[in-house]
Structures are given as structure tokens and as C-alpha cells.
Design a protein around this ligand. Sequence first.
Ligand code: GLA
Length: 747
Amino acid sequence: MAITYNSQSRIFKLDTDHTTYLMGLTSEGYLGHIYYGPRMEHEAGTAPFRLPEFPSPSMLRREKIAFLAGFPFEYPTAGVGDYRESCLDVVGKDGAPGVELFFDSCSIEDGKPALEGLPASFAGDETAVKTLKIVLKDPVLGLRVTLLYSVFPAEDVITRSVLLENESPDALHVRRVLSMGMDMDNRDFEMMGLFGCWARERHPERISLHHGKQVLSSQRGVSSPQESPFMAILTPEATQTQGEVYGMSLVYSGNFEACADVSMYDSVRLVMGINPENFDWLLTPGSTFTAPEVVMTYSGSGLDRMTLSFHHFFRDHLIRNPYRGKLRPVLINNWEGTTFHFDEEKLYQIAKDAHGFGMDMFVMDDGWFGLRNDDDHGLGDWEVNENKLHGGLDALVRRVKALGMKFGIWIEPEMVNEDSDLYRAHPDWAIRLNGRDPSRGRNQLVLDVSRKEVRDHIMDQILKVFHGTSIDYVKWDMNRYLSDLESSSLPADRQGELSHRFVLGVYAMQQRLLDEMPGLLFENCSSGGARFDAGMLFYSPQIWTSDDTDAIERLKIQEGTAMVFPITTMGAHVSLCPNDQVGRTTPFETRANVALAGTFGYELVLSDLPDDERALIRKQIEHYHQFHMLNEEGDYYRLNSWSGDRLYDCWMVASPDKKEALVTYVQVLGRPNWRSTAIRLKGLDPDQLYTIRLVSGSVKKGPQHSSADQDMDKLFQTECRGDELMNIGLYIPALKDFESLLIHVYA
Ligand code: GLA
């Protein structure tokens, strides 16, 4: 049984294949956390809580505060004397804070419930997944709180979310409702998060926990590139392959908080959910509120295992798009080549050229609608600009399709420029503070898509364009953060709902797009990778990872992103050098080898490429076609990180049947007078004899290289057993700065 409740000991036991999660009830009905870690076969005893320094209030009423200071609450509440970070803060009718939850009932069900209006994982096989619902109640407030735990045994994942129901005759103000809490003894834990900014998204960063609160969060209205809705708590010795790791990922695309609070008793409380800052939800009598889902996994064998559990889980239980598990079209996007300056002929020529090289899809980026000739105008006016696309969109789509290519298009539905017909007609549809000059980002304002009439207007316009032709792919962009949080449609006591309502509005819009265009290949994007989160993956099977397409910068961005998300969810394109963001020139092969990890494409004008680079494109596309399914279904392992040793980056993907693997090696800094480097592979069959073949190498043959380099291809025409490759390693010859190798290992 994946979930049991022992009514004698009052202990809940949740088992995945390799992990166990335990909670228990005190005599008063407080729900406490007992354990999360390696699987335990037998039931827990009857007194599993740490011996209380202060007995619970029914035994020692005079010292309740001392009890609350140490009890490992599973879902801690604010206002009654537990001063650590809480999950729930509710204000009742008399305006005073304070929540206290006591056990009411529980049930265990097959399958995994959907969460209303929110992205959420699904069971697939309803019998393989079980859900525990624990109902807690605050009798004073009349508040019912249901904690949901769904157990996915094969993936070693437990998901959690929370449902609030107001059973009282009075309205309640919910000022904080997080999705999970968990209390453990500190084991010198460290915390890992993914930090960054535009063009430097999701770099892994690891710190030691200290007393007090360590918080990762976003208040930008999107999950943000600065901090990600992901947190890992690790023992100090944890590496890729050893040590304990607790991973948590929030299935949500807006403001979030993840906090590790180390107490005076050296316990660590972990919480995660919607950011309480500026959050205030009016829960009217009889109404409900659902908190987004957290995906939790425990690994007793380092980060690799955590990553694999997340990857398997997101692939099989979160991504719904029909392109999941399929080859994606290799695309050419006109943005970096033309920006806003194009007409239908220029676009057609880009598509035609790309088709000549074997590309599968043309994507028309920003600039096709309204008076959008620069980023000051036109957002909000989703009508085709026929002064640019003479003859209309359908004529261009037909020409491109006649080549045998698919057609994709860019939109940014959540935004408006003040210089647009939409804004002139509905200035109150923008989010802005009454009486203040709003903060602009890229000269645009954010539309209040918490309002149904705004969502409907925008989606009606966009879908009218799309239904008038035949669109295969949509890139949904979002190029500024939220600020000036006031909605002209919400009453004063509901303004604190705006940020969450905005996110729900975005989800509703994306769901409508998918409902009306069921076969669509859909990609999310937000100023590059500002909304790369599990929430978005429920709608789109791929997300643009970063506007930074420099192959070396991408190594860190892709390492951090792939720590949580399947690699083929990462949009990755080859662009021109010197690179726009960093001015760096990297070999064309390296740009492709790095982009081949994700969904592959080109973002450049092909005629701007030198002949020797153009000559490589067909082969690169062949490589994508050959290896995408391996990347899609295989197990990803990080072999080295250049952000660690500053020298080289290396990762591999092994097929689930262990018959083949693809190794990518990038030399960031070459070492003079160096010998080969042994890379120990992972995930192979030790007894299997593998052939090793160089697929693509950026190593230039010539006088400046040694004679060994000149025979690079031959160096790899060898055979080795899996145990040799995993224990002795694969020898990579000395390479120079930015050179890279793509190596196929197959039975
Ligand atoms: C954002 C995206 C780019 C491009 C532009 C268009 O910056 O990240 O890829 O679509 O918008 O304005």
C-alpha cells in the first residue's frame, strides 16, 4: 500500500518505491511531521515524535508557547505562538489574526485530483497513484483545511496541495496560504536554488543554512529568472552521486516563496507556496481556495537521482501536449535576423532558405500585427498588419506550407502599449495604480487578465487570426514584470488577490488556446526564460530557456534548468557570432552541440553565415533528428560542470534500455600541454559492449593542432564494455577553448 493510516498509533505512512514519509497526530489533534527519507518497510512505533521537551498543551497548559516553539508542525499556522515561518495566516471577522488547526478526518483515494483553475500533475494510471486527504479544522474561524498528498511510487514523488473552505457565516481574509510545510532536524543542511536574471537564468547556487530564515522568492508576478520556484535541501557531502537531497518544485508561474527556517533548536522548517507579500484573499462564506501543487522528491544518492525523479515525473505526469514524446520540428525564427523590419517577401525568403537546409518550420516572431514597427507601439492590437504582410497572413502561410514547412507565430497576449487602439479604447484594462504614473517595462503595461472580459477580448482577436489560416506552433511571450498592482475591477478589500488572479487568468487563456487548437505545438517564453516553471509545462511542452544563445553562457543556464526539468523542454537555438549578449565567438559546431540538448532551431539569417558554417547545417539537423528521441526519453546525467572547475562541461543521456547514450563535452578553457581527460559515464549496462563514435566535433584540423587531433575520428572508432566506460572512463583528447565533441555510444 502506498498510503496507510494506523488509527491506533495515529500515524500516516506514505511509501514510494524508495522513500517513506511519516506524519502523526498528538492527542489534541495537532498534525506533526515525523520523517521523510529512505523507505522503511515496517510501521512506525506509537511514540515517534522526538521526546517533547515541553509536553503538549493537554498535559501542560501553562507552557503552550514552549511546546509550539519546538513541535514539528506539518502545516504550521500563524498567530498563536509558533514564531517560525508559517503556512497559513487568516484573519477573522473581528480583524484579529490567529489560526489553529486540529485533525478532523482523513480519506485515501485512488488517482490524483485535478486542481481547479491550476496546472496540476495527473496520475495517468489511476490505480498506480493514491491520494491522502487530511482534513484539519479551525473551530473558531469555521475554516476547513484539506491537505492533499498524492503518492507516485515509481517516480519517488509525493505531491502536495491545500484546499481551504470557509464554513463560517463570515468572510475570512487569507493573508498567507502556502502549499507545504515540513519540519526536520538540521543535519548541517545546505540549500540549493537557481538564481539569475535576464540572459543569465537559473545558475545553480548552494549555500550553508544558518539560523534564521533563508528565502527564495519572486514578487515580480512571474516565477522570474532571479529566483526559481525550486529548492533543494542537501546534506553537506551531497554531490551528483552521493548524499541526501530533498527537492521541491512548485507547479506555479507567479509570485512564490520557498523558505528554510532554522530554529533555536536546530530544526529546519521548509515551506513553499504562493508568496504572502501583497497577498490577501477574501474567502466569502461557502467559498474555497486552492493552493498550487508542490512536487517533492527525496534522493539518498545525490543530485542525479533527484533530477531523474523530477524528469520522469514531469514527462509522464505533467506535460500534456501531444508533442510530448515526439520529434519537434527544427525551426528557423526570424527575430534575431530581422527584428521588426520585414515584409512577407523577406520572411518567405528566410523560410525558403531554411527549407533548403532541411529545416521543418518557419516561425514569424514579433512585429506582424497592429502598428508594431518597434516596441513602443501596437501591443494589444492583434490584427494582421497588411502593410507588412501584403495579401494577408494566410497568403504567407500558404506559400511557406507549399515549401513543405510548418508555420509558427509569436504573440504576447498579456501586454498593451499605450500607443494602441486597445489602450485608447480601454485604459482601465491595464494594471496601474490610480493617480500614479505607472512603471513601464519595454514601454508596455500589463493587461489585467484577471478580468474575463479582457481575456475574452484578447483571445477572441488572436484566435480569429489563427482560425483564419493554419498555425502549427505558437510562441507565447511575456516581456515585463508586474508592478503598480491595482485592478480597476476589484473592490478595495480584494486588491490583494490581483497577482494570483492574474496567474489564473493566464492559465485560463492558455487553456482556451489549447482547447481551440488541440494539435498545437506550444512554447512559452518570457523575456527569454523568466517563466520557466512547472506550471507552464502543464500547458507547453517546451519553454524558451534564455535570450542568451551564447554557447558558453548557455552551459550554466541549461545545467541549472536541466537539474529540474527534462532537457527537451528547453528551447535552444543556434545564433550568429560574435554573440549579441556577450560578444563571444564560439565554433558553429559547439553552438549546435549545446543547442542539440534542447528543442533545436536556428535564430539567424542564413545568408549571414560563412560558407563553411552553412555547410554544416544539414548534418546538424540530421543529428537532431537522430538524437532527439534519445534526449526525450533517456536518462540525463551531469558528468562535469564548468562552473565548478572552470574547465569543461559534460553531460550525457542514456536510453532507458541502456543500449545507447549521447555524450556532450565542451571545453570552456583549454589547457596547454595537456593530455586526455577521463570522463566516467553513467547509466550504462556494465556487461554491454559499446561502440564509440564521434558524431560532431568542433576541433579544427590544421597545423596548430597536434597530429593526434588530426585523427580525432579514428580515436573514437573503438569498442568498450559499459563497466570500463563507467569506471575507467571515456578518454577525451585535449581540446582548445570552446571546442566541443558529441559522442554516440551504442550497443
Ligand atoms: C522577447 C523574446 C525574444 C523575441 C522578442 C520579440 O525578448 O525573448 O525571443 O521574441 O521578445 O519582441
